[in-house]
Design a protein around this ligand. Structure first.
Ligand code: F0G
Length: 355
């Protein structure tokens, strides 16, 4: 049997994306990620609804950013750009530097000093980016990168670059193509607010193309200490264990609010404690290892479910935005400690409860 070769999100969804010459496509075969049906968590939370995880941690650099980066870097290359720049809480920098390496161009990344997980930092370094740790937060870094990109020949690849959102919307297409229908609810973490905007665009485009006849409600979640949209004001010093979404002034704020309102959805917040509980549940009960920012989706679903938000038959898709291996420190902190055992069979059997 001859299998059709997978060519990444641009080739798969070309008719819905900005035009690009085949020779300019920069891809690491991102997308095509699994939609995993929850079994064990679904059972204990609510048997009347269906829960699916869109596991974006299985993208080439371990996060959803690759869907947008293939589009943004391809466009940068096609316009002759020789360098990209971004501000990042870690994942954007990992993705930008990988795609820049693939394209043979330079990458510059600005990250908040000491506030990104080691996995993400190692990626940007390994891919050869010039990594600048600033004594400020993500929002400060984004201001600087935007100014530089305005005045110098270096392409900004944060989600304010419209091609990023174009690529990211392909996740909605994949979900519909797989389920055969849109979910009733789509739950996402909200940081810089690009992804919830992109997903909503994707759903609307499939609706306009008559591939679906209804739209899901978009449910976004921010961490309590970094919840500008929920509070309706800028948070000057955002804090949360979910460093990926430690953002106090999201660039796509208004677009996320529109996605919320147009879809009759909501944007709410949850505590760090609940984020970490959900993070442990996903890994230990479902075998799905994601980073804390991703687990906020499950924490949010649990919060809403407790107040009777869902109806029988509802289908919820939760985007798990990044892989757990990006941030192993948190996993070690919240899990059972490894046991030190003398080097003999009897001691091992004792710990196993079989002696
Ligand atoms: N989840 C993860 C794992 C992320 O890395 C991010 C954003 C989000 C969720 C939020 O998505 O910004 O589109 O609302 N990370 C950016 C970065 C800010 O620099 O890697 P958003």
């Amino acid at each position: 049997m001859i299998l059709t070769k997978y060519g990444g999100v641009i080739r798969r969804y070309r008719e819905f994306l900005p035009e690009i010459d085949d020779k300019h496509i920069v891809t690491l075969l991102e997308g095509n990620t699994p939609l995993i049906k929850s079994i064990n968590i679904n059972k204990i939370i609510n048997r009347d609804i269906e829960i699916y995880f869109k596991y974006e941690g299985l993208n080439p650099t371990g996060s959803f950013k690759d869907r947008g980066m293939t589009m943004a870097v391809s466009k940068a290359v096609s316009s002759g750009s020789k360098a990209v720049i971004c501000a990042s809480t870690g994942n954007t920098s990992a993705s930008a530097s990988a795609y820049a390496a693939r394209a043979g161009i330079k990458s510059f990344v600005l990250i908040p000093e000491g506030k990104i997980s080691s996995g993400k930092l190692s990626q940007a370094l390994a891919h050869g980016a010039t990594v600048m740790q600033i004594r400020g937060n993500f929002d400060d870094a984004l201001v600087i990168t935007r100014e530089i990109a305005k005045d110098y020949e270096v392409t900004l690849v944060n989600s304010v670059n419209p091609y990023r959102l174009e690529g990211q919307k392909t996740a909605s297409f994949e979900i519909i193509d797989e389920l055969g229908a849109p979910p009733t609810h789509h739950i996402l973490p909200v940081g810089n607010a690009g992804n919830i905007t992109a997903y909503w665009e994707g759903y609307k485009e499939y609706f306009d193309a008559k591939k679906i006849d209804r739209l899901p409600k978009m449910l976004g979640f921010q961490a309590e200490g970094s919840a500008p949209i929920v509070l309706n004001h800028i948070v000057k010093e955002p804090h949360t264990v979910a460093t990926a979404i430690r953002i106090g002034n999201p660039a796509s704020w208004q677009k996320a609010v529109s996605a919320r309102d147009e879809s009759d959805g909501l944007i709410d917040s949850v505590s760090d404690e609940d984020i970490l509980k959900a993070y442990s549940m996903l890994a230990s009960m479902e075998g799905v290892f994601c980073e804390p920012a991703s687990a906020i989706t499950l924490a949010g679903l649990i919060k809403l479910n407790k107040r009777g938000f869902f109806k029988k038959g509802d289908v919820c898709v939760l985007t798990l935005t990044g892989h757990g291996l990006k941030d192993p420190g948190n996993a070690i902190k919240v899990s059972k400690e490894p046991v030190v055992v003398p080097c003999d069979k009897h001691s091992v059997l004792t710990v196993m409860g079989l002696a």
